[in-house]
Design a protein around this ligand. Structure first.
Ligand code: TH1
Length: 684
């Protein structure tokens, strides 16, 4: 309808602030209330964008109730709580997830229908929250979801980047990066906490007191301000928090005289830019000073907050028993990025709370755990001692002391994968095999897959202008573009396929399985080879897709701007996906599990087959990485022969049936039992 039609509809529905609305009519009134009284837009417009914000605010009201209840429940029970520290979270869109978890999907769809909209049209309006690069950030977001779903008292801590991962625009020259302005209008999901602010120091010097204790003083101090994002669980009322820190200059540090003098770049203002942008590298080294500052900022703010909460929950006792700290707090570090948490906790315990080294070290050891995500040497962050001594002098003293004392003790670290080559053994799934052969399930399975493929085809047409056939085999590779992930080998395979098709007679071509190869992913802006691969894929596509002789048998698509919501369209529509990183280089990969769960067959590198020659090759990552092309094509050929619809469907059903182990709920359940030793704490 037109703008005037929509306003007429709104006039018939009284705006009512009823955050607990459950039935469609009351929800429609509540949405109308936000359209009028949350003054972000003119109430004389009710276009899809405004409708999205009003709907999101209405849903947020329901979340806030549960979020408050959960918080006060934890406060009362005072259970041991986990804090997940990560420099990255790839949350994607929140509205669909929130209405699903609150179990109000139908009610909201109905309410929006009364307001002249389809729910899908409204959810499409939301910008992705892309505060991460790839697998590591998405894993953190899946973990938050699972922690709430399992009713675990567990919070996430991260940074509120003003700009998240760049938007990828495809032009004639290849990828172009555009700033992702996810906060342009505002985010309906964040709750600014003006009451939660901590000072963060940089530079300065260490003062030694007469009694021998040490104190870090001077330098520059800025503020960390909290923004909370409610994280609802599935089929539970428990709603946890993702607390994102924003950097702010302190008013007293803002030198008005200097500013009036035309000196706009005062130290205070420079520091307030710490959270300006996410570092857009995925598993790459980055020794920049600003990144180190970001990391320390996250660690210090989060630990000060954790200690404050520990003190608040003493239950009226005035004496703090620090030995109790590890029985109330578990901190998980997502890769090396937040490891400054270790010297920071030591510093806070010793210098601020007056504990001795041994006690502080014992507490730190029992509180903090670390997960490793990669073996790529270039991803191990290194900082020069000169920079560290300047920026964090007290931490360097502590780090040197730790190094002296524990250099020869081996600590246990957990990784993100386990080789389980026998996991898909058919006998494990004998029950499922019966279902896979059952006469009704395969047909339903195939039609569900076809519907998802149709949606994907519509999406591809919309973003690339190329129409693809939902009856062709959908072969997908989506991940950050990296030489070790071997998108180059995949596209060379596609070129080989194209050449073979060109050589065939029309009759021979008709006997082949029509295939649509889709590749998507972002390349780090200064990673030249990765950007050349992006360009190559789209150029090969331009040739193949316009070749009338073969384009009904093969299409090659570069899917632009791969992100969480694009993945939500691609993965359900996939039949075959590529996980062909060089052997030993991919810590685990995570999209592989999402594909398998969605009934997609996956082609992967077998780590056990790691060849000596390949081992040598990967040391210096180079375009010779396509050496494995022949082997890859052999594998692809075998999979082509397997392309018998009935057989595929059975394999697909077994793939989904066998992927329960890869649910992040299972992972988090195991973390809770084995590492954090925390119990569930559901709302009564
Ligand atoms: C990824 C790994 O490459 C991937 O194999 C793994 O499945 C995923 O983490 C989740 O565990 C990593 N992403 C990053 C990003 C940065 C630094 C290191 C890694 S490892 C910035």
């Amino acid at each position: 309808g037109s703008t005037t039609d929509r306003i007429k509809i709104l006039e018939k529905i009284p705006p009512v602030a009823n955050p607990q609305a459950k039935d469609p009519a009351a929800i429609a009134s509540n949405i109308n209330y936000h359209a009028h009284y949350s003054p972000h837009f003119s109430p004389y417009k009710f276009e899809p964008e405004q409708a999205f914000y009003a709907t999101a605010e209405s849903v947020r009201d329901q979340l806030i109730k549960q979020w408050n209840d959960t918080y006060s429940h934890y406060h009362k029970v005072n259970p041991k709580q986990t804090y997940y520290l990560s420099m990255e979270y790839l949350q994607g869109r929140a509205l669909t997830n929130a209405v699903g978890n609150l179990d109000v999907q139908d009610a909201y769809a109905n309410a929006l229908k009364q307001l002249g909209y389809a729910l899908e049209e409204i959810t499409e309006q939301e910008k992705d929250a892309a505060l991460g690069n790839g697998g590591l950030g998405r894993l953190a977001s899946c973990f938050l979801d699972s922690m709430a779903t399992l009713s675990l008292p567990a919070w996430g801590y991260g940074l509120r980047y003003r700009y998240g991962l760049f938007k990828q625009l495809m032009t004639k020259t290849g990828q172009e990066e555009i700033a992702e302005d996810w906060l342009e209008k505002f985010s309906p999901w964040e709750i600014p906490r003006h009451d939660v602010v901590f000072p963060i120091r940089f530079f300065g010097q260490v003062e030694i007191n007469p009694n021998g204790s040490r104190k870090w003083i001077g330098g520059e101090v800025i503020q960390a301000a909290a923004y909370d994002v409610p994280i609802p669980g599935y089929k539970t009322k428990d709603t946890n928090s993702l607390r994102l820190w924003e950097a702010k200059a302190r008013a007293e540090d803002f030198n008005l005289f200097e500013f009036n003098d035309g000196k706009y770049e005062s130290a205070a203002l420079l520091h307030s830019r710490i959270c300006a942008v996410l570092y857009p590298g995925d598993a790459t080294e980055d020794g920049k000073l600003l990144r180190l500052k970001q990391q320390y900022f996250l660690c210090s703010a989060s630990l000060q907050d954790i200690i404050t909460r520990f003190k608040e929950r003493l239950g009226g006792r005035d004496k703090i028993l620090w030995s109790e700290f590890p029985s109330k707090v578990a901190v998980q570090l997502n890769d090396t990025h937040p490891t400054l948490s270790i010297p920071e906790l030591m510093r806070l315990l010793m210098d601020d709370e007056g504990l001795g080294w041994d006690e502080a070290w014992d507490i730190t050891n029992r509180t903090i755990a670390y997960t490793n995500h990669t073996v790529l040497p270039e991803a191990l962050e290194k900082w020069s001692q000169t920079v560290m001594w300047k920026l964090l002098p007290r931490h360097m003293e502590i780090i040197e002391e730790i190094d002296k004392r524990v250099r020869y003790t081996l600590n246990l670290v957990n990784g993100v994968a386990q080789l389980h080559s026998d996991i898909l053994k058919a006998e494990l799934f004998s029950d499922y095999v019966k279902f896979a052969d059952n006469s009704e399930l395969p047909a339903e399975w195939e039609s569900a897959k076809l519907a998802s493929k149709q949606q994907l085809a519509n999406y591809v047409l919309q973003v690339t202008g190329v129409s693809i056939d939902p009856n062709s085999l959908f072969d997908i590779q989506i991940k950050r573009i990296h030489e070790y992930k071997r998108q180059l080998m995949n596209i060379m395979g596609a070129v080989y396929r194209y050449k073979k098709l060109k050589e065939m007679s029309p009759e021979e071509r008709k006997k082949t399985t029509p295939r649509t190869i889709m590749i998507g992913g972002k390349a780090f802006a200064t990673y030249t080879n990765a950007k050349r691969i992006v360009k190559l894929v789209s150029d090969v596509g331009a040739v193949v897709n316009t070749d009338p002789e073969v384009n009904s048998f093969l299409k090659i698509i570069f899917v632009p701007n791969y992100n969480v919501s694009v993945a939500e369209v691609l993965i359900p529509g996939s039949e075959l996906s590529q996980h062909i990183s060089t052997a030993g280089m991919e810590a685990s990969g995570t999209s592989n599990m999402k594909f398998a769960l969605n009934g997609c067959l996956i082609i992967g590198t077998l780590d056990e087959l790691m060849l000596k020659s390949e081992k040598k090759l990967v040391k210096k990552i180079s375009l010779f990485l396509v050496q494995q092309l022949t082997k890859f094509l052999g594998c692809v050929k075998k999979e082509s022969k397997d392309w018998d619809r009935k057989k595929w469907t059975k394999m697909s059903i077994l793939s989904t049936a066998g992927s329960g182990k890869f649910s992040s709920d299972r992972t988090i359940g195991q973390y809770a039992n084995e590492i954090w030793k925390i119990d569930e704490c559901p709302l009564p």
